[in-house]
Design a protein around this ligand. Structure first.
Ligand SMILES: [Zn+2]
Length: 318
C-alpha cells in the first residue's frame, strides 16, 4: 500500500525538521512525484526484518521493566538503518516492533508514516485486550503482521489461549500474519495451530533460531521443513550473525537454506538482516545480503529475486 505523501499527520508535521534531513538520506525530494518514488522503491531489495528505535525516551517511553541500558546500540533510527541498507540496494524494509516499547507501537508507526512506501510493520499487541479490534486498527496504519512468542510459557501450550485463537482467526479474516519468534521446540505447537487455522498466514522468524547454540541439528531442520505442508507458512532466512558458526560469510547456513528451498519453494522464503544486530561486533549488512546475492550456488536469478524481494513484497507490502 502506498500512502499519500501530501497529507502529513500531526506528528509528521511536528517532525518536519527531522523529515527534511531524512529526505536527503532517502532521496525522497518533495519535487519528485509519489508515483516515481513508488516505482524506484519497488526496484530495490526488501529486508524483511529490522528494528528501529530512538534515544528520545521522553517522546517514546520504554515499557515497564526496560531501561535505556537495554537499548544496545543506544540509537538505531531509520536514518542510521538506511546508511547501512541503501548502499546494498535495499529500498524497502519490514519493521518489527521492538521489545522495549512493549505494546506501544507508536515509534514504528510514526516511522512508517514519515517515509511513505518504504516500511511495512509487524506490531506487538496484548492478546488479552481486544486483539481482533486492535489488529484491524493497526492494519489501517499499514501493519501487516503481529509478533508472537512463548514469553516464558510452555513450548507445547503457549498458543492455546483464547487471545491467541482470536488473533489467528482475525489473521485469517484480514490476511494478517502471525510472526513467530520461536525456537525449533515450539514448531509442533505451531503445526497444531496451522491445522486448526489453515487459512491464517504464518511467518517463522530466523529459521526458528535453528543454530543459535552453534549446532544445526538435522531433526530441527526437518521439523521446520515439514511445516511447509501448510501452504500459508513463510520463513525468514535471516539473522546470520546469530546462527551456526556466526561468522561471515555465513556459508555454513547454505545447506539449511537449500533444504528449506526444496521444502517451501522460493515463493515462501525471504531474506532479512535483523538489524541493528546484524551490524554489531564486526558483522556487516553487506555480508548478510551477499550470502543470498552471491554465495548460494544452487539458486538462479529468479530464485534470488524471490528471496530478496518478491516474497517479502507479497507477504508484507500487499
Ligand atoms: Zn529481530
Amino acid at each position: 500500500m502506498i500512502q499519500d505523501l501530501r497529507r502529513p499527520t500531526r506528528r509528521a508535521a511536528l517532525q518536519a525538521g527531522a523529515a527534511s534531513l531524512a529526505a536527503l538520506t532517502f532521496d525522497m525530494q518533495p519535487l519528485r512525484s509519489a508515483e516515481k518514488n513508488a516505482d524506484d522503491l519497488k526496484k530495490g531489495y526488501i529486508d524483511a526484518h529490522v528494528h528501529v528505535w530512538t534515544p528520545d525516551t521522553d517522546r517514546y517511553p520504554l515499557a515497564k521493566g526496560f531501561t535505556k541500558a537495554d537499548m544496545k546500540p543506544p540509537s538505531f533510527t531509520p536514518e542510521e538503518l538506511m546508511a547501512h541498507a541503501k548502499p546494498c540496494g535495499v529500498t524497502r524494509i519490514v519493521l518489527i516492533q521492538m521489545s522495549f516499547y512493549g505494546y506501544d507501537n507508536s515509534y514504528m508507526l510514526d516511522t512508517m508514516k514519515r517515509f511513505s512506501g518504504v516500511f511495512s510493520g509487524v506490531a506487538v499487541i496484548d492478546e488479552e485486550d481486544r486483539p481482533a479490534e486492535r489488529m484491524r486498527e493497526l492494519k489501517k496504519q499499514g501493519v501487516r503482521g503481529f509478533r508472537i512468542r512463548p514469553a516464558g510459557r510452555p513450548v507445547d501450550r503457549w498458543l492455546d489461549g483464547t487471545g491467541m485463537a482470536a488473533m489467528w482467526k482475525c489473521g485469517a479474516e484480514e490476511g494478517l500474519r502471525m510472526c513467530h519468534l520461536i525456537d525449533a521446540d515450539s514448531l509442533p505447537a505451531v503445526d497444531r495451530m496451522c491445522r486448526k487455522f489453515p487459512d491464517t498466514p504464518v511467518v517463522i522468524d530466523h529459521f526458528a533460531r535453528i543454530g543459535v547454540d552453534g549446532q544445526i541439528r538435522d531433526a530441527d531442520a526437518k521439523r521446520l521443513a515439514d511445516l511447509a505442508r501448510h501452504k500459508h507458512v513463510t520463513v525468514k532466512i535471516s539473522a546470520y550473525y546469530a546462527l551456526g558458526k556466526k561468522k561471515m560469510p555465513y556459508t555454513d547456513l547454505a545447506p539449511m537454506i537449500r533444504r528449506l528451498l526444496d521444502a517451501y519453494g522460493r515463493e515462501r522464503l525471504m531474506w532479512a538482516t535483523d538489524c541493528p544486530y546484524q551490524v554489531q561486533e564486526g558483522h556487516t549488512y553487506a555480508a548478510s545480503i551477499d550470502l543470498v546475492r552471491e554465495k548460494l550456488a544452487f539458486i538462479n536469478d529468479e530464485d534470488r529475486d524471490w528471496l530478496l524481494r518478491r516474497t517479502a513484497e507479497k507477504v508484507f507490502f500487499a
